[in-house]
Every structure is written in C-alpha cells, then in structure tokens.
Design a protein around this ligand. Sequence first.
Ligand SMILES: Cc1ncc(COP(=O)(O)O)c(C=O)c1O
Length: 379
Amino acid sequence: MNQKPKSNIKLSPSFVSKLELDAVDMALASNELSYYGTYITELETRFRAYFNNKHVVLTNSGTSAIHLALIMAGVEKGDEVLCQSFTFAASAFPITYCGATPVFVGSEKQSWNMCPSTLEQAIENRIKYCKKPKAIVVVHSYGMPCNMESIKQIALKYRIPIIEDAAEALGSKVNKIACGVHGDFGIVSFNTNKIITAASGGLIVCKTEDQKRRIVRLATQAKDETIYYQHSETGYNYKMNNLNAAILNVQFQSLEDRLSRKKNIHNFYSDLFGRFKGISVQKEYSENIRSNFWLNCIVVDNMELKKCLEKQFSEAHVETKSLWNPMHLQPVFAGAQYFGNRYEEELFKKGLCLPSGSNLTDDDLYRIQVAVESAMSTF
Ligand SMILES: Cc1ncc(COP(=O)(O)O)c(C=O)c1O
C-alpha cells in the first residue's frame, strides 16, 4: 500500500495568522496604497523604540538597505569596501552597484563571522597600497553576533564606517543591545525566510535625523524640492509599501514568542547532537551575546557521516542546506582580494543548516530526531 507522502519540513518557512489577514484587509480598505501611510509610520515608531531610539527607514529589501547604507557611507566608483566572506551574496552585491570593489575578509573560529585581527591586516595592507577602504560590511551570519566590540575598535582606530548587516539577526543582541544598532548604519531583512516577514522588505538604522532625511530622499527617486520634477542626483525606488508594513506590524508583535521558540529548537539540537561524537552545533560563544538562532547549524567532521545524515534527512523530507559558500570562492567575484586563513572554506565543506522555523511542531522535531538517530545507527 502506498504511504501518504510526508510534508516537507522546511528550513525557515513563513507563516501568518488571521491577524495578518485582517491587517491586510484594513490596509486595503484604508486606500493608502503607497510607500507612506499609517502602517509605515506605526512600524517605524515600533522599530525606533526597538533600536534604542535610533532613526529607522523602512525599505523594500535588505539588499536595497545595504545599497543605501553604502551610498551614505560615501562609497563611490573605484573605491574598495571590506566585506565578510562568509555570508549570503546580498551582503556583497550592493558594493558592486556603487561601482566599488569588494575585498573579502575571512572568519574567526569563535563566531564564524569576520575575524578582527584579519580585518586589521586587510586595512593595513590596503592603506599600504594607498587604497584605504571606504567601509566595512560585517555580518551576523545565521543570527550569531559577530565580535562587534573588537571590530568597532578597529573601525574607530582607522576611521572607517561600519555597515552592520543584521539581515538575519533581528532579535540578536550584543551587550544587551540589539544587533543593527552597533554599526554606523545597520540593516535588517524581512524577506520570506526571516524571523518575521512580509514576503519582502527591509530597514536601515541610522543615527541622525539628517541621515534619515537623506536616506528617504535617495529611496524615493531623489526629487528636488521644486514644484516641478527636478533631480540633481540619481535616486532609487527603495521604500517599503504600506501593505507590507501592515503585515510586519502584526508579525513584530510575535517576535518575542518566535525568539523563545527558536531558543527551544536550538536546545533541542544541542541535546540531540550532544549525544554523538564528531558533530558540533553552533553555540553562543560569550556571555555578552545573544543569538536569535535564525538557523541552527552543525559541523560534521567526517564527510561520510555528513553524506549519511543528508541522505536520511532527504528521505525524511527534511530540508537542509550547506553553510555559505564563501564570497571569495564565488565565480562572480573571481580575482577579488581575500584576507584570511580559509576557516570559512572548512565551514562550507563540513557544515549544514537545519530546519529552525519558529512554527516547527514537536512532531516535526521528532521526525528530525528519528532521521538523525537512523543516520547514526547506520553509520
Ligand atoms: C546576510 C544577508 N544580507 C543581506 C540579505 C538581503 O536581504 P533581502 O533578501 O531582504 O534583500 C540577506 C537575505 O537574503 C542576507 O541573508
């Protein structure tokens, strides 16, 4: 007899309740189909409070937020920008939109994110060749905060602005302060696989009212203040719309619940893999940081065991993905400069991301446990 196929357990699926449906109805009924409106204002106010009263501009994606942050940092054609290599390509692509060149920096073992001492070596090297980097794009990959304090000290020493890519890290903290607030500019993504989502969307955190005004101007086609259409510089169509903001206002209110479910899922993986040798789960590495555990990641020392786990997960319809293929290995960035000890290459080879959505049920977790146990018993 044919068995009913099991549903897929996805890495990080979106989910909505009746509250989001009602919010969209109300937003449509309000007739404010624009990049401004009641829901935009409400969401900006919420995030302003969340990000320690810093200024916030809502954008149509995390990628556009990074592009705006780079422009605000003064990045121009011909410049170099230091960028974490172990990340998703969207951290680096906007550097090329500016006509600038990314210079990639490798990861440290502790946080898997940008290595502070390598960052300093890279800065010294580029200064030696009269190419002082214009900005540093640092990432909290998988929601795990980078070594922010050390990176900030180096950036301050050389007076280079930091763009803090917290696309995956809404809810993560360093020294009890939200990720996104620590850099000169911070960005968050609300794309479909993020902890809260409106299918697409993002935001940029900045420090002054003047910066906010300029970001809004750039994000809305850079219109001069004339009574007719006049543009003195290139603008972009990068603002979030009021419908997405209506959804996010509701999703934001469940952020704490989602974070606590994600912490439980992390504990589940820690307990499960703690029973077996040769597999380690990425962990919070210091008392001063909190991860949102956007995705739980494991590193498997033995390649045969990794294959065996992948096979069992695939047969159980459990989605997994390899860790980031570093940017300095990407064909699109062939020939780019790289500073580092290639630790992220090892992570790419040995690592896997596991389902971590805050709507995973206990039954889903049990199915994952059975897949792991059967891989371990057959290996
Ligand atoms: C690290 C990182 N940076 C930037 C982005 C870009 O965000 P978005 O997809 O909203 O453009 C993403 C998300 O995909 C990301 O994971």
